[in-house]
Design a protein around this ligand. Structure first.
Ligand SMILES: [Zn+2]
Length: 387
């Protein structure tokens, strides 16, 4: 058998197949061609020595900002190379008035797969610091639904940032929140709610959320927390997670508080998905990239297989792309992250300046996107190493 690329001897972790073990992975074109203990008969155009590394499905980051006409917007392709992320979800940086140019100028040009949520605010986050829904006229249910219908291959849901300084207090805040829920229902998709200094509590929000809807920034500090005043995870939060509401990390520069993270972990409450909320104000730290965020969960004691699942197979299912993404099954798209685990002492910083010391740090060694080795990033093993 001939193939284009062979990843030799890495430890494969594929939660979609409950597979963990040393395997060779062969890629032909943009597909996974074979996964086996020793694919000695395979003749590959290019071989990468993956011994000592983890070979996992391409990472899926459920929360990034890559619309350039926002103070938050980053370029998608460098994030892919640097972080092993082959699919990323832009979390509502554009709204109905600027979604089409976002698609034309960024999504369609990126080599990385970018999917997106449409912000309920017609202007999205172009002036995010001013509060995109303080003027109720910007809440555009019809336009949001229309964008999702016109771009069904990339527009997968609805976003609202439900802070009081963004959606207003009292009745106005609630009206915006209800509009976001309505846009998700009318478009037949799901809603991602950014929490933080919100005009309603999380249990109050959860009454309106259905399975598949998502709370992002779920370990945020401040006044809107998943825990009560004594640090106990709300019963309503557990019940919502049980019925399929997604609790997403969305680390960012203001949304990951060790106190909340550790209180939740001590009560065995874990996120559904690990994501970064990478934007201009957190890429230089404390977030850096997806593998760093994943490493924080290793430090908290979560097994590597579960950390990988929360960063691949689960977000793929939420995006309804699990037939193709978040898996290394033969015949699926060859999106692959090769991760290196370094041991040492690593300073892990939350969004509030608190530090913890971790013993393991994951980093992206090689990223394969649609069968091609992505240039850039750390990529050490993509170069020829001497035996
Ligand atoms: Zn965000």
């Amino acid at each position: 058998m001939k193939c284009d690329l062979l990843l030799r001897g890495g430890e494969v972790i594929d939660p979609s197949q409950r597979l963990r073990g040393v395997r060779d992975v062969a890629v032909s074109g943009d597909r996974i061609a074979a996964v086996g203990e020793r694919l000695d008969e395979v003749e590959a155009k290019r071989t990468i020595d993956a011994r000592g590394l983890f070979v996992v499905p391409g990472l899926i980051d459920l929360h990034v900002h890559v619309y350039p006409h926002s103070p938050y917007g980053l370029e998608p392709d460098p994030l892919c190379a640097a972080g092993g992320v082959t699919t990323m979800l832009d979390a509502g940086t554009a709204g109905s008035y600027n979604f089409a140019p976002f698609r034309r100028e960024t999504i369609d040009r990126a080599r990385t797969e970018v999917l997106a949520l449409v912000n309920l605010s017609c202007i999205g986050l172009i002036a995010a610091n001013l509060g995109e829904l303080l003027d109720r006229r910007y809440a555009d249910v019809k336009g949001t639904v229309r964008m999702i219908r016109e771009h069904p291959d990339v527009a997968v849901g609805v976003k609202i940032r439900a802070g009081t300084h963004i959606i207003g207090e009292g009745a106005d805040g609630w009206a915006n929140f209800r509009d976001a829920v309505r846009a998700a229902r009318e478009s037949g998709t799901w809603l991602m709610v950014h929490i933080g200094e919100s005009p309603m509590t999380i249990p109050e929000m959860l009454e309106h959320l259905a399975p598949g809807d998502c709370i992002t920034h779920c370990f945020k500090g401040g006044s809107t927390r998943i825990t009560d005043d004594t640090g106990r995870v709300f019963d309503e939060v557990r019940a919502a997670a049980q019925r399929g509401v997604v609790f997403d990390v969305g680390h960012g520069s203001g949304s990951f508080h060790w106190e909340v993270v550790e209180a939740a972990a001590a009560q065995d409450f874990w996120p559904t998905t690990i994501s970064t909320d990478l934007h201009t104000a957190c890429i230089g730290g404390p977030v850096f990239d997806m593998p760093t965020t994943m490493s924080k969960y290793l430090m908290l004691g979560l097994p590597l297989d579960r950390v990988i699942e929360m960063s691949t197979t689960r977000p793929a299912a939420i995006l309804k792309r699990d037939n193709e993404l978040g898996t290394l099954r033969v015949g699926t798209r060859a999106d692959i992250a090769v991760l290196e685990r370094r041991e040492g002492r690593f300073k892990f910083t939350d969004s509030y300046g608190g530090h913890r010391i971790g013993r393991e740090l994951l980093s992206a060694a090689v990223t394969v996107r649609r069968g091609e080795v992505v240039p850039g990033g750390s990529g050490l093993r993509a170069r020829h190493l001497a035996d």
